[in-house]
Design a protein around this ligand. Structure first.
Ligand SMILES: Nc1ncnc2c1ncn2[C@@H]1O[C@H](COP(=O)(O)OP(=O)(O)O)[C@@H](O)[C@H]1O
Ligand SMILES: [Mg+2]
Length: 372
């Protein structure tokens, strides 16, 4: 019998569009496969509206088309929305297996993972604490730098900025000598992420960008700009193994994978890197495996790195729910590995381990006689 899965997507984060792209690509691939060859059934598609935050559910049927998906997204012709907690509780009581495609805030940072854990929702949510660690770029870099020696993987020199710091133009000039990257600590998709090649003369722009970041995120990062080639390594994770996928080199004209590059396929190139001819690829895979094995990750993950001209590997970030859109990096890795996104969903439904919340109370261990 084919496993049955549902999807949850959309959401109220800045990465709503990435979530829609991920779902669209998975559904288009699914619909493009003759029914007899499909390896799972789709039960429901749950859309969280970015307008009202309500969940509207569409039951999948044989006659479903991509234009139905656009109706799901626009909310037309679908019954009234339910609040998120109510909807998740209902989904849990139906014992649905839910693939979480909510990128960004709340979907990827431990928010929905906490609700899923409390409600006993089955699916790809994973451990809430791990989700929030990985979304916090500063915390995750600190974790990686304490896990691995810097000759295996280094991290960029970074300054964490919160509203309390009240940085002014004069301070910016003194923080770093060379070019810097300014980015949010926990948004993705290169939103509000920019490189300043001469920060000493761009203080006003840097301060303005930090201000904008702090309106959308609780912290901003000022980071040394690491010159080099950019690589990404995805992994598939089951209950006993971390399997690194083919490493992809990301090539852009300006050596920076920013928002404009990410939003236009003609502005970046992906090149699969072969292990046999490239020791960097083997080193990146080994680093990715070490990091993924050290935290309790579920299903998939994708790490971004820069390799300097001196072949040092520098960790940039961990993507807890990598984009699955048509032009995203993870599907390209899968393709090189001989899989489609729907093969991945099938694999996840069959092989990935399920997170179960531990009891919070230690029962039977309280010694009432012992003095405090
Ligand atoms: N310290 C850095 N040095 C050089 N390039 C960087 C640095 N930080 C970010 N970038 C560039 O910005 C892009 C986005 O940054 P990243 O940390 O991966 O966040 P996200 O992809 O979540 O927005 C990277 O893919 C890379 O091209
Ligand atoms: Mg990235």
């Amino acid at each position: 019998m084919r496993p049955e899965v549902s999807f949850i997507f959309g959401g109220i984060s800045k990465e709503y569009d990435s979530s829609v792209s991920s779902l669209e690509h998975i559904i288009a691939t699914y619909l493009g496969t003759p029914n007899i060859e499909r390896r799972f059934d789709v039960k429901n598609i749950h859309h969280i509206s970015r307008n009202d935050g309500l969940v509207r559910t569409f039951s999948f049927s044989e006659t479903f088309t991509i234009s139905d998906l656009h109706h799901v997204i626009s909310g037309t012709g679908i019954a009234n929305g339910r609040t998120l907690v109510y909807a998740l509780d209902e989904i849990a009581s139906c014992n649905e297996y839910v693939v979480n495609l909510l990128h960004g805030q709340f979907g990827e940072d431990g928010g929905i993972q906490t609700l899923a854990a409390l409600l006993g929702l089955k699916g790809t949510f994973g451990d809430p604490q791990v989700a929030s660690l990985t979304m916090n770029k500063y915390a995750m870099s600190s974790f990686v730098s304490s896990l691995l020696p810097s000759d295996i993987v280094g991290v960029p020199k970074t300054r964490l900025i919160t509203a309390k710091d009240n940085l002014d133009v004069a301070q910016i000039a003194n923080l770093f000598r060379g070019p810097i990257v300014v980015k949010p600590n926990s948004l993705g998709s290169s939103l509000l992420t920019e490189v300043f090649h001469e920060p000493a003369t761009s203080g006003v722009e840097v301060v303005a960008l930090i201000k904008e970041i702090l309106e959308n995120d609780s912290a901003a990062l000022l980071q040394e700009f690491v010159r080099g080639d950019e690589y990404s390594c995805g992994c598939m994770i089951d209950s006993s193994n971390v399997v690194p996928l083919p490493v992809m080199k990301i090539k852009t004209d300006r050596g920076f994978f920013g928002l404009k590059e990410k939003s236009r396929k003609d502005m970046f190139d992906l090149e699969a890197v072969d292990d046999l001819n490239n020791s960097i690829s083997a080193r990146i895979k080994s680093a990715a495996r070490s990091i993924a094995s050290a935290i309790d990750l579920y299903n998939v993950v994708r790490f971004d790195f820069i390799v300097t001209p001196r072949s040092e590997i520098v960790f940039l970030e961990c993507n807890y729910i990598p984009g699955m859109g048509n032009e995203s990096i993870f599907p390209a890795m899968l393709e090189k590995h001989g899989m489609t996104v729907t093969d991945l969903i099938h694999w996840v439904a069959l092989h990935s381990k399920q997170y179960t919340r531990k009891n919070h109370l230690i029962r039977g261990k309280i010694d009432v006689e012992s003095p405090l």
